[in-house]
Design a protein around this ligand. Structure first.
Ligand code: UTP
Length: 408
């Protein structure tokens, strides 16, 4: 793309300021900027204008979760089916590690954070140790796919390599990168990160499968016989990954997907809850939950929307293929976005100053015909690290690890 073409694209999108510093740039920088303008989809910024129409909900009704008592009764059956699928190489694990982890406030990828006290225990290490339990139990290496982003790819790959993948067999670890999206101020004008670079951020965790496909990693997984993918977040240091019982339960119920859920600790806890939307499985975000839904009861008199998702899903690959091209809704999220001010100085804001645009994995559930919400014990499987202190922090996760006998 040449300068005139770039200017035209920007003018149509109302983003001409992107070329403000063009005359000051070196030839190499000019090329980089023009290439970025060509590659950037500015149309997502128009979602700001259509915000009110965003995510209009259908009719919400309860979706029963498979609860602990039922899981306990059928544990042997589920475990046998799940272990068999793992041993046959049908199960892969996908670590979503492309996020920026801004709330934690570390410059490094979140997985590099050391939560140890008396020894080094990195978040990546904890997750790999959890997966290793199943590798040992089934005597089978489970392919581990790691999604990174432009912001943290190099650091993540070299960190895991340096640490010899914390004992995981490197042949079974594959990296792929997610896409980026421009970040804007409150008026929808994209920020500049450098004079030659539009500010971008990872486009959310919802594009994981299409990115996996763009990188050829999904095709390779299918060719290797992988039929199920367990997608999980980087920040829950207690979660069980490729959990045979969960895998078996989803297969036994012939569902296209499964999601691990925990009982909410209060009606207004900030987690998405499972439900049916117009008769299809769906997840409703905590901020979309009206008071009426929050207090609704099911036919047994129990809270109807009380099972919260913990970002641990199992998807049937054949069904992912059917929805790969689907456009998921865009979520507009307020965040702190480093930018260049009018004088061209770099500013690192202390509070949110604009929007990022994200697609979310939870919206994939609505595209599928069936999903099994599968209850797990909160204290044993849910220790998210979102913040540096307080709720869902390094401190709270450390306490939960100790309660579960994990040495730190
Ligand atoms: P979060 O919603 O906690 O987002 O991600 P985040 O960007 O990591 O953290 P904050 O909000 O800036 O503090 C939940 C999971 O989804 C992954 C994260 O790495 C984490 O495992 N994720 C998030 C991606 O892989 N890509 C994204 O674009 C966003």
């Amino acid at each position: 793309m040449n300068y005139e073409q770039a200017l035209q694209k920007l003018t149509e999108a109302g983003q001409e300021h992107v070329l403000s510093y063009y005359e000051e740039l070196t030839e190499g920088q000019k090329e980089m900027l023009l290439a970025q303008i060509e590659a950037t989809d500015f149309s997502i910024l128009s979602s700001l204008e259509n915000r009110k129409e965003e995510n209009v909900k259908g009719k919400i009704t309860p979706l029963a979760a498979m609860q602990l008592s039922e899981i306990k009764t059928r544990e042997t059956e589920f475990r046998t089916i799940g272990m068999e699928a793992i041993r046959q190489g049908k199960v892969g694990a996908v670590l979503l590690a492309g996020g920026m982890g801004t709330r934690l406030g570390s410059d490094n990828p979140k997985g590099m954070y050391n939560i140890g006290v008396n020894k080094e225990v990195y978040i990546f290490q904890r997750l790999i140790e959890n997966l290793m339990d199943v590798v040992q139990l089934t005597d089978t290496w489970i392919p581990l796919y790691v999604m990174t982003s432009d912001k943290n790819h190099e650091a993540t790959v070299s960190f895991l390599k340096e640490h010899d993948y914390f004992g995981y067999k490197s042949d079974y670890v594959t990296f792929f990168m997610q896409e980026m999206a421009p970040a804007s101020d409150y008026n929808g004008k994209v920020y500049m990160e450098e004079k030659w670079k539009i500010s971008t951020s990872p486009n959310g965790n919802g594009g994981w499968y299409s990115s996996m496909h763009k990188w050829g990693v999904a095709q390779k997984a299918m060719a290797d016989g992988v039929e199920w993918l367990n997608v999980f977040s980087v920040d829950n240091v207690l979660q069980r990954i490729a959990d045979p019982c969960f895998v078996g339960a989803v297969i036994a119920n012939n569902c296209a997907a499964g999601t691990k859920v925990v009982r909410k600790c209060s009606p207004d806890e900030k987690v998405g809850v499972v439900c049916l939307e117009d008769g299809k499985p769906s997840i409703i975000e905590y901020y979309e939950l009206t008071d009426e839904l929050m207090n609704a009861k099911d036919e047994n008199g129990d809270p109807a929307y009380y099972f919260g998702v913990i970002l641990n899903y199992l998807f049937r690959v054949a069904d992912l293929e059917k929805i790969r091209e689907k456009n998921l809704p865009l979520h507009i999220v307020e965040k702190k976005i480093p930018y260049l001010n009018e004088k061209g100085e770099k500013i690192n804001p202390q509070k949110p100053n604009g929007y990022k645009f994200e697609q979310l994995v939870l919206d994939m559930i609505r595209e599928l015909d069936s999903c099994l919400p599968y209850e797990v014990v909160r204290g044993k499987e849910f220790a998210p690290i979102k913040n540096a202190t307080g709720a869902d922090s390094v401190e709270s996760a450390r306490a939960l690890c100790r309660e579960n006998g994990i040495e730190l």
